[in-house]
Design a protein around this ligand. Structure first.
Ligand SMILES: *Cc1c(COP(=O)(O)O)cnc(C)c1O
Length: 388
């Protein structure tokens, strides 16, 4: 059996919606994008939403909205994709890397507190695998030190924290519709916020900083006249991508239910097995399980994380690792970040394997993954380990 790490859940509905968008004579950002933007806003329950062409663009515009400046510092977790840190450098500001919690892989509150300096302007918590971070604690640290909170929710649609949807908690939230994410248009992103002024500015900046209705300057009701308010960016979605994303949004509950079913099977299959260390979801929050982190116990196993992944690949099962911690990359290392200062991130990195988890994974495929994970573990137990 061949099981890819990810397989987007696309049906004829997405094909039909994209075809209509291709043939309707518009193609770029227009009515379909604005409808998607509004539907997403309603689903999350935020006051404003701004559709863009990636989560990276969403994070960049969020930092524009809070007027990040050169030499400012922004605190981010070690266990994230480089986009979270990269956008900070666009301003010649400094990404400050905090350690994570072992249990959840989310940013550690203690580490945030240790990293705050007079230059700190913002925190970007990342909701790892869709599990919301400790938002109450993060918001109160932010209030105390007058910081802004921009949530990297690339994994976290849909997700809930103490009965509140992610997208309505921090100052600004950024979502991703990249090919592997919980809903996708190939590429795409969304910003939500309660702040109307910021929303208007981000809408302007996503299309070159030109005035409000300039997107329809080529239509019958439009006009060639527009103004440039400030230099912006080319971050608008297209109506083709928004048409696909709209269909995905309409199926998102169904897709989420299927990921939760698969998760339940994985959790039950791997519990009470000394070869694995369960990933913990805190009781007051709901995750969408964008990722399923299997955590190996090196005390019970005679093979490394990488060797375990190779054995799975030999069985046709493709897995991944989320993430290579940022401080391990050349650029971040050159800024002085050192693995020795990130005990929990290193602990997680040594153990984590992301298993395939997506709605189109069949029950037979889930069985096959489970059987092989358990068999590889059983065949590679350390002599004298408690699991033997
Ligand atoms: C995927 C991802 C991003 C970037 O999303 P794009 O839409 O590809 O720009 C940012 N942060 C995290 C944590 C991600 O996983």
């Amino acid at each position: 059996m061949q099981i890819p790490f990810h397989r987007p859940y696309m049906t004829d509905d997405e094909v039909q919606a994209a075809s209509r968008a291709i043939l309707n004579g518009w193609l770029t950002m227009g009515e379909i994008s604005f409808k998607f933007e509004n539907d997403f806003r309603q689903k999350v329950g935020s006051s404003h939403a701004v559709a863009v062409n990636s989560c990276t663009a969403a994070l960049h515009l969020a930092l524009c909205a809070i007027n990040l400046e050169a030499d400012d510092e922004v605190i981010i977790p070690a266990d994230t994709f480089t986009a979270t840190g990269e956008v900070i450098t666009y301003f010649k500001a400094k990404p400050v890397i905090a350690d994570i919690e072992k249990d959840t892989h989310n940013i550690s509150i203690k580490s945030i507190e240790e990293k705050i300096t007079p230059r700190t302007r913002a925190i970007i918590p990342v909701h790892f695998s869709g599990q919301p971070c400790d938002m109450d604690e993060i918001m109160s640290i932010a209030e105390k030190h007058k910081l802004k909170v921009i949530e990297d929710a690339a994994h976290a649609f849909p997700a809930r924290y103490k009965n509140r949807n992610v997208g309505t908690i921090g100052d600004i939230t950024a979502f991703s519709f990249y090919a592997t994410k919980t809903i996708t248009a190939g590429e795409g992103g969304m910003i939500t916020t309660e702040n109307e002024e910021w929303a208007q500015r981000m809408k302007m900046l996503r299309l070159h900083g030109i005035s409000k209705d300039a997107w329809k300057r080529y239509s019958a009701e439009g006009t060639y006249v527009y103004d440039v308010i400030e230099p912006g960016f080319k971050y608008n979605p297209t109506d083709i991508s928004s048409a696909i994303a709209s269909v995905q949004l309409s199926k998102s509950d169904e897709m989420n239910d299927r990921r939760l079913q698969i998760t339940q099977r994985y959790i039950e299959a791997f519990r009470n097995n000394d070869a694995f260390i369960p990933y913990v979801v805190k009781p007051d929050r709901e995750t969408c399980w964008h990722l399923y982190p299997l955590r190996l116990n090196p005390e019970a196993l005679s093979i490394s994380r990488d060797e375990f992944m190779i054995k799975l690949k030999q069985k046709g099962i493709v897995t991944s690792v989320h993430f290579i911690p940022l401080y391990r990359f050349t650029w971040y290392k050159n800024q002085g970040w050192d693995a020795a200062d990130f005990a929990n991130s290193e602990w997680v990195f040594e153990r984590e394997i992301s298993l395939p988890i997506y709605p189109s994974l069949t029950d037979e495929e889930v069985d096959y993954v489970i059987e092989n994970v358990i068999e590889i573990a059983a065949q590679n137990l350390r002599i004298g380990s408690p699991a033997r």
